[in-house]
Ligand binder design. Structure first.
Ligand SMILES: [Zn+2]
Length: 56
C-alpha cells in the first residue's frame, strides 16, 4: 500500500496490516503520522501534539 505523507507529501510505503489509529514516523520529515482511516483510500494525518520535540 502506498500513501503520501500529509506533511511533506513524500511517497510512503505502508505495511499491508496497517490499522486505523496506528502512528508511525515519516521516513522523510520524521513527523509522527496517524492513520485516520483505511478504506478504498488511506487517509493520513499528522499526529496531534507531537510535531515538536518534547525534550524527553
Ligand atoms: Zn513526511
Amino acid at each position: 500500500m502506498k500513501a503520501n505523507c500529509p506533511i511533506c507529501d513524500t511517497s510512503l510505503k505502508l505495511s499491508a496490516d496497517l490499522i486505523e489509529s496506528e502512528v508511525f514516523e515519516c521516513v522523510d520529515c520524521h513527523r509522527k503520522i496517524v492513520v485516520k482511516s483505511i478504506g478504498k483510500k488511506i487517509e493520513l494525518e499528522e499526529a496531534p501534539g507531537v510535531e515538536e520535540d518534547w525534550g524527553e
